[in-house]
Design a protein around this ligand. Structure first.
Ligand code: TGC
Length: 388
């Protein structure tokens, strides 16, 4: 037994991972250390998505990494989760790129597409040579995607789409958009090349996820052949299945941002001397550090349990909601607490905390707000739906 507990792994969760899982985690961690951390403050400050990273993420094997075949890495759900955690310890915007690419763009093609669509897109997307985005949310349809107004109507052997989508990560740098639209038969998903006439992406400027390409999409008379529809992507259920995949990655990823904030606060408070001793020696500071460490450990156990259930094929959507709700919420709390412990030093980009804190405001909101996930779990507990 070592003399002291590892402050970044109090419960020795590391020992619960297999050799493959640890190898994947270490590879992604090393990539983030070498390729992300030296430049991320600049990307964030300039509001710039480093598009050259797409191919590097492809080489690293993290794009669609838990999908089988078509050039995908075919790794486990736990390995995918660990990769999300390590990437988000770098930046939530970059983890968003990976999530949108793998869970929201490649997954629907893999799950709902034709053989031709899979062959056309998946190998290039796995290599990061083609980038995907996911167009579900609209200015007037956020938490309630069933109220979407984007439409798709048949015209001979074509579909014609009109509408307006918002909060599409990767949109302006995308090659293919997974667009959800209302047809006479209900909601349908399409895989549409981004350069198709009538598709127009515009950047969205925000004070969160600034290292990601946040976009909105205008569709004006977008004519696509019937083969652009993803045959299995019928009904809102198909879109929600994609969100499950992404929410799973968020439940892990948020812990990476939380770990970076906690670690920064721990280091700072051990070094900074006030009133004649290190801040970390004060009881109020220790109480905050312990709360952070405790929530990270609990979140890790939750994420790992979730991952093991996913790998056994028995994970339910409402269980994913429970983990997304908890881990995104606690990560944001940890970031805010860490920001406070850094005092005025915490409001500059010299330390990563305020960047993570701003990013986590999005993470707690997108892919289902805290309130929506509370109500999903509430419905699971009571059998009574509060949405209706
Ligand atoms: P509801 O009647 O509950 O469900 C319709 C059908 O879908 C099934 N279902 C699910 N299936 C798989 N996974 C899930 N998570 C599912 N949730 C529901 C359900 O069983 C039903 O199936 P069936 O066979 O009976 O037809 O649908 P509802 O309209 O009442 O909605 C319920 C609610 C509120 C939970 C759902 O709408 C919801 O999850 N809302 C939150 C939406 C959300 O997360 N939006 C954010 C999208 S992310 C984004 O656009 C920006 S981030 C991406 C980026 O960064 O680019």
């Amino acid at each position: 037994m070592s003399e002291r507990l590892d402050p970044l792994d109090l419960l020795e969760v590391d020992a619960l991972l297999s050799t493959d899982e640890r190898d994947t985690r270490d590879r992604v961690r090393a990539f983030v250390r070498e390729r992300v951390l030296p430049s991320v403050e600049g990307w964030f400050e300039r509001g710039e998505f480093p598009v050259e990273l797409a191919k590097e993420f492809g080489t690293l094997g993290v794009l669609g990494m838990n999908l089988q075949g078509y050039g995908c890495s075919g790794r486990s759900a736990v390995e995918y989760g660990l990769a999300c955690l390590e990437i988000e310890a770098g930046d939530s915007g970059l983890r968003s790129f990976v999530s949108v690419q793998g869970s929201l763009s490649m997954f629907p093609i893999h799950r709902f597409g034709t053989e031709e669509q899979k062959r056309e897109w998946l190998p290039r997307m796995a290599r990061g040579e083609a980038i995907g985005c996911f167009a579900l949310t609209e200015p007037g349809a956020g938490s309630d995607p069933s109220s979407m107004t984007t439409s798709a109507r048949r015209d001979g052997s074509d579909w014609i789409l009109d509408g307006h989508k918002r909060w599409n990560t990767n949109g302006t740098v995308s090659d293919v958009a997974i667009v959800w639209a209302r047809t006479d038969e209900g909601i349908q998903g399409f895989a549409i090349p981004s350069e198709t006439a009538g598709m127009r992406f515009e950047p969205v400027s925000a004070w969160s996820l600034r290292a990601a390409a946040l976009s909105e999409l205008y569709l004006e008379g977008v004519r696509v052949p019937v083969g652009a529809a993803l045959p299995g992507a019928v009904g809102l259920k198909a879109a929600l299945q994609c969100l499950n995949e992404a929410r799973f990655g968020i439940a892990w990823g948020a812990l990476g941002a939380a770990r970076a904030c906690y670690s920064s606060a721990l280091e700072h408070t051990k070094e900074r001397v006030q009133f004649g001793k290190a801040l970390a020696g004060f009881q109020l500071v220790q109480a905050k550090l312990v709360e952070m460490a405790l929530e990270i450990e609990k979140g890790m156990l939750l994420a790992l349990h979730l991952g093991r259930m996913a790998d056994e094929g028995r994970l339910r959507p409402d269980q994913v909601s429970l983990a997304k709700l908890n881990n995104a919420r606690e990560a944001l709390r940890i970031a805010r607490e860490a920001r406070g412990l850094l005092g005025a030093n915490g409001i500059t980009l010299d330390l990563p905390v305020i960047r993570h804190m701003n990013n986590l405001e999005s993470v707690v909101t997108y892919e289902g707000t805290e309130e929506i996930h509370t109500l999903i779990v509430g419905a699971a507990l009571t059998g009574l739906r509060a949405f209706d």
